[in-house]
Structure formats: structure tokens, C-alpha cells
Design a protein around this ligand. Sequence first.
Ligand SMILES: Nc1ncnc2c1ncn2[C@@H]1O[C@H](COP(=O)(O)OP(=O)(O)OP(=O)(O)O)[C@@H](O)[C@H]1O
Length: 573
Amino acid sequence: MDLTVARALARAGGWRAGLAALLAVLQGVAPTAAVVATGQLIDAVVSSDSVGAVRGLVLFGVASVGGVVASAVLDHLVPALDGRHAAATHEAIADITLGTPGIAALEAPTTAAELAALAEAERADGFTRAAASAREVITRRTTGLAALVLLLSLAWWAPLVMVAGWRGMAVAVRRWIDHSAAVSAGAGASTLRRPRYLRELATGTEAAKEVRLYGLAGWLVRGYADTYHAALTALWRDRATDLRGIGAAVAGLGVAHLAVLGYAGWAAGTGAVSVAGLAVAVQAVLGSSALGFLGEPEYALGRAREVARRIQRLAAGTPPPRTPVIHEGRKGAGAIRLRGVRFTYPGRGEPTLDGIDLDVPAGQSIAVVGVNGAGKSTLVKLLCGLYDPDSGSVEVDTGLGVIFQNFTRYELPLRDNVSLTPRDEDTLVRALTSAGGADLVDLGWDTPLCAAQAGGRDVSGGQWQKVALARALAAVDDGAGVLVLDEPTAALDVRAEVELFDRFRAVAGSVTTVLVSHRMASVCRADRIVVLDGGRIAEDGAHAELMALGGRYAAMFTVQAARFAEVEEHSRG
Ligand SMILES: Nc1ncnc2c1ncn2[C@@H]1O[C@H](COP(=O)(O)OP(=O)(O)OP(=O)(O)O)[C@@H](O)[C@H]1O
């Protein structure tokens, strides 16, 4: 039994784990005790020894009843132990993933691979049966060891021969399985990624609309079948390693059986071993098989061990929390200072941000614009401390409220979507109304925003954005002095966005706001506009200044304004 798993079970289960281990040993000894009792009975019958026969019967009864009782108690104890162990494992994983201050560490290839492997192990469900598997392994190994003790009475070398035979077999099988597992976890995982993704696309709801609209069903099914088959063929080829090791182990095991059973038969023939002794020896040889490879419980224990080790590795590799640059405690509008900020995504050659200097005084509203991929969202993520800059510094004076482009749509009641911290309904109503979502209040605060749940309701994309805005406003209520809006209103039409942005500014007027938007109608309302280009700030100034400059911003604004005027004219005409 692996010590890593034993420690994990002991930590999760305390005294229950100790008791379970003891009972598993008792359950393992019981069959051997019954074999000994049978031997005593045979001896007693052959020699007409009634006292010996009673002793044999009593021992048989104790062994049988003891085994049954131990087994029954374990049946109750072990599932509870497994539940505790699974909960402790989930907690440890959550501690690791939530304990990192940024997301860069989670996105790092090694960490991401470890986390993916953990998720895979959770799906395989192996570690949730760690206690059940440990019970099985302890019981069987105890039975095997007890059988060896019995074999000692046949000949001193008999246990050694049987152990060698069964361990040789176990090593050969284990090696073959470890190789297969390594193939699956390594190259196999990456080759299976594509078919798995295609299967998710085909069966999930996310792409269901496009799959139907573009008639992708045939392509998906073919693509899945082809890539899955190709991946498995490669996997099987890789796994079909040399089986000679197993062949040799089987031969060795055969020789061990022949030697011990042959000797027992010969000894019985010469009278050196009694009939009872022969019966016991044969049973002991059978019992020694429990020292071989145990199959599923060993796999499951292996998976549990992998999970425990991955958790240890991840916990050891988790960087200590950085000195926070976000000063949560301070109230009121906060200033933002970026000095020489350079940032490169892992695996990318070119920096996405390449020397950003930006001072935003408390209370200012600033808009960040730039073409797709200019680095606006990256700047926001650095502001929030989700990534650390390669060089330079990012400092924010107060707590932050943020709405990301892809903000989370919690499958939770409306109340929790506006604020996950408990607060009175007046505050919630104020936040939602200010965000333009007054009509959503009628849904009821306890209505889950997910039609799949009992009493739940789906809401539109625009309504979700209002909920997300309300969430940011609730954060302001909590004292956040900087509000970051990363294209929060893309699902709204231009007029609705402008209206909402004005209302939002009135409500959140006391805080510093950073708006990322492609809508010039909203952008031009900010006190100051920053144009990102090539990882740097290309233009910086108020709307009128940048229009007068006649640069990138002026060009962007003019194109949108012209298009907007055209549409207006068209709709009037
Ligand atoms: N997690 C990531 N890993 C690697 N590269 C990334 C990652 N996220 C973004 N990028 C890259 O960084 C660059 C800047 O992306 P970012 O999302 O910051 O741009 P953006 O200005 O917000 O664009 P958009 O207007 O399209 O939202 C892009 O080239 C993008 O491909």
C-alpha cells in the first residue's frame, strides 16, 4: 500500500482510517485461520481426537464469524472514508486553483497540464475509491502473507518460491500497465484532445445552433470517428510493447507452483506430511496468489496516488501570493499608475504590451481604444492583477469592480448574480435599476438565471450585461474605487449603450472608470481617451484634443460617425 495514499486517507479520515486498516487485516487473516481450522479438523477426524475436533470447529467458527463481522463493519466505514477523502481532495485542488493571485500561473503549460490531468483523474473516479481499494489491497495482501506463514510448515523455501513467482508476475503486469498509462497521459492525451472536442461540439449545447445552421453534423461525426480511430490506433500501437516480460513471469510462476505442489505431493506420499498438512499446503499455495497483481484496486490506488502527488507538486509549485498592488482597504475613488509595463503571453515571441506608462488620477473616466488584438483586454487583466508584468509596475489605489467581456453567467439566483455577498434588497434594487435592469427585479430575487433549473429563467444577452453592470455597481457600493468595463455592452444597441453609459457614469461618478469599447459614441464621453497600438500608447487626450490631432482616434471616430449618420438617414428615409 502506498504511503502517500495512506497518509491522505489518515488525514481525511482520522481514527476511522486506523480502524478500517485494522479490520481489513482481520478480514485478511480470517480465510487463513479457516484453513488452519480445517487442517485441525481433518487431523482430529483421522486420529479420532474429539477435543481436537471441537478446537478445530471453534477456530473455524471464530474465523468465519470474525471475517463476516469485519467485512460488515468495513462496508459501512469505507464509503464514508471515501467520501471524506474525495472532499479533502476537492478542497486541496480548490485551494491550489483559487490560492494563486493571478491566472498566469494557472495558464502556465506545466500547471495547466497538471490541472487537466487532475480533472481527468476526477472523471476516471479512481481516487474517490481510494479507501475501498486500500481495504481490498490490505485484505488480500494479509491473506497472501498468512498463506506464506502456512507454507513455512511445508518447507522453509516454499514461501520464498511462491513470493518470487507472484511478485515477478506482478512486476511484469505492473510495468506493462504503467507504460500504457504513461502513453495515455502523454502522447495519448494530446491525440485524444481533438476527437474529444469534436464529440463535445456534436453533443453539447454550446455549438448546437451553428452545427444545425451550417449542416456540420456529418462533418463532425466523420471527423470524430476518423480522429478517434487514428488516435486509438496510435495509442494501441504504442501500448503493444514487448509482452515477453509477461511470458517469462507466467513461466516462472508455473515453475514455482510445480515445485511447491510437487514437493507437497511427494512429502505426503512419503508420509513426511499428513493428509491435513497436504490440504493446508494446497490451500496456502492458492492463498499466495493474493500477493500477485490485484487488478482494479491497484489501478485505483495508483490513480489515487497520482492525484495525491500531483496535488503535492502543484501545492509546492504555487507561487507565494504577490504583494498586492490593489489596496482593498482604501475607500473612495482610486488612482491608477502604470510604469514601463511590458507583458508577453507565455509562448508568444512578441510582447503584447511594450512599455506602457499611464497615470489615471482618482475620479477620472478613461476609455481605452484600439484595433482588435491591440492589447486592451490584456491591459485590463494586468490592472486586475490577474497577470504580473514582465517588467514595470501596476498600482491601483483601491479595490476594483470589473466586468469582463466574457463575464461569468452564474447558474444561480438573480440575487447571487448581482452580489455573492449578502446585502439588503434595497441595495440590490438600486444596483440593478442603475444598471438599466429595473424590469429584471420582477423576475424575483430567488429566480435562478438558468431555465434548466427548477423555477429558473433564461435571460437575453443584453439583460445579462445589465446584471453584470449591476454586479459592478454593487462592488462600488462595497467601496471599490475603480471600475473597469471591458466591452460590457456589446450586446446592446448603440443608443442603449450610450444611455446606459451616461446613467452608469452618473451613479458611479464618484469612482475612477476605465472603459474598453469599440463604440465611439460611448468612448467620446470619457474624460480622456487612450489609443493602444503596437503594445504602446499611441495617443492620449480628451476627445476634442484627439479629434484636433487628426490621428488614429480621429480616423476611427469619423468612420463610425459617418456610418452611424448613414444608417440614421437610411432609417428616416
Ligand atoms: N491567454 C492568451 N495567451 C496568448 N495570447 C493571448 C492570450 N490572450 C490574448 N492573447 C493575444 O494577445 C493579443 C492582445 O489580446 P487582447 O485580448 O488584449 O486584445 P484586445 O485589444 O482586447 O482585442 P479585442 O478588441 O479583439 O477584444 C492578441 O494578439 C491575442 O491573440
